[in-house]
Design a protein around this ligand. Structure first.
Ligand code: ADP
Ligand code: MG
Length: 423
């Protein structure tokens, strides 16, 4: 098979790493990719949101399958673009159509979906400039802290959690006024759920599903979960508190009604469902849906899949996932993200990376890297994810941390406490 992966982060390097091991692979391309994918595949300088360019490339190179890494091409309708084109419609696309991608593209849509299909989530109200007064009243009816979410895609920055009621009212008005551009023209106000977070990754062909694994990520820049939010500083899988009893609640109360919901709503979903959860007491509540794999969660979830990944993807495309025997690795996998000093605010690029060849017993997934004059240099805030297997969490993390030490670039920073709350 000839496969095109869209995206350029650690998630896409992990996809490429797993696909490159498949006996079904004839040729792998990644657009635009990074210095890590370059070693396993041919990088193609195409923006995944430029569908016409993707089309030309796919047709000229006889691509059989497109795996979409990030959310924006999905929300922009890349799958629909393929289905609506006579020359492309036979090519498999892994990722939902635009209608179902709204589960991530609009938080209001997702909340409405959960209400319709009776999926446990925080109480909420959606507010625009038309019903601002109702927003104030709803805030008054809630207890602090107050959760305000931009409805649309805001690159992980669109959620405010505010202690003071008046401040929350002001922020509500500012959000609607354009704090996050048109993404916050509608704001979802939510009841605050107190508990511990984790994510569950599900693969579906639209009819049946497989639970891939659960993972916990670490979003804050600072140790002890302090400071600004980032794209993710590390992750681990499995998550010990997601025991059999809890996971069966997740399956019965959330996964099954979600997959059924897509069918009832006639919004086909082929691909990865990322379910962000809060464990409140012993019960799961949905915080959000994403319509693709997470980053850095992919860097711990994919290493736990033993099965041939392209065979798995083909079974999804052919709607035969129910017949696929998914084999998972029981070991723990941890990943530690090396980032550029200053991230998630301004940071420098183009710093030479050395020491990757010194790494042993970990997998180095490139995130923001590029090749330049035969060197690998930094090209993003999140630079490299170091993933490791272990018999337990401690063991996996020890390897990730010791290898994180060996990789060098000017301004390297990483959290030395990934997994701290689970030991
Ligand atoms: N209802 C809620 N109660 C408590 N915390 C929440 C709630 N909704 C969101 N959060 C916190 O805010 C973070 C971001 O919210 P989320 O809905 O995942 O938006 P996004 O990932 O698009 O920024 C969550 O990971 C969680 O820590
Ligand atoms: Mg989130």
């Amino acid at each position: 098979m000839k496969v095109l992966v869209l995206g350029s982060g650690g998630r896409e390097h992990a996809f490429a790493w797993k696909i490159a091991q498949s006996s079904k692979l004839e040729k792998l391309f990644v657009a635009p990719g990074n210095a890590g994918t370059e070693e396993l595949a041919e990088n193609v300088n195409i923006n995944p949101n430029d569908f016409e360019k993707v089309k030309t490339f796919v047709l000229e190179n006889g691509i059989n399958m497109v795996i979409v890494g990030p959310e924006d091409p999905l929300v922009n309708g890349i799958h629909d673009f393929f289905l609506n084109d006579e020359n492309l419609k036979h090519i498999a696309v892994i990722g939902p159509e635009k209608a179902a991608a709204q589960m991530e593209g609009s938080k209001d849509f997702a909340k409405d979906f959960m209400a319709r299909h009776k999926i446990p989530t925080a109480q909420y109200k959606s507010i625009t400039s038309e019903n601002l007064e109702e927003g104030y009243q709803f805030l008054e009816s809630l207890k602090a802290p107050y959760v305000l979410k931009a409805d649309g895609l805001a690159a992980g920055k669109g959620v405010l959690i505010i202690e003071d009621l008046n401040e929350a009212k002001n922020s509500l008005e500012e959000m609607i006024g354009g704090m996050f551009g048109s993404a916050s023209a509608t704001v979802v106000i939510e009841e605050f759920l107190s508990g511990i977070e984790l994510s569950v990754f599900v693969l579906t062909d639209g009819e049946s599903y497989k639970v891939l694994a659960e993972a916990k990520d670490y979003k804050r820049i600072g140790e002890g979960d302090t400071g600004l939010n980032t794209g993710g500083m590390g992750a681990i899988s499995p998550v010990h508190f997601a025991n059999e009893e809890f996971m069966s609640k997740v399956e019965e109360r959330i996964i099954k009604p979600t997959i059924d919901g897509f069918q009832k709503d006639k919004t086909p979903f082929v691909g990865f469902v990322f379910i962000g959860l809060m464990k409140v007491g012993n019960d799961p509540f949905v915080i959000e849906y994403n319509v693709r794999m997470g980053d850095p969660e992919t860097e711990v979830v994919l290493p736990r899949i033993k099965s041939d990944f392209l065979e798995l993807m083909v079974s999804v495309a052919d709607k035969k996932l129910d017949q696929f025997e998914l084999e998972l690795d029981n070991r723990t996998v941890s990943t530690v993200m090396l980032v550029s000093d200053g991230y998630p605010e301004a940071y420098a690029k183009g710093k030479t990376i050395t020491g990757i060849d010194q790494v042993s017993d970990s997998i180095v997934f490139h995130a923001g890297t590029t090749g330049k004059n035969n060197e690998v240099v930094t090209n993003g805030g999140r630079v490299i994810a170091v993933s490791s297997y272990g018999d337990n969490l401690e063991n996996a993390l020890t390897k990730s941390f010791s290898n994180a030490e060996k990789i060098q670039f000017e301004g390297k920073y990483y959290r030395k406490d990934i997994g701290f709350d689970l030991k």
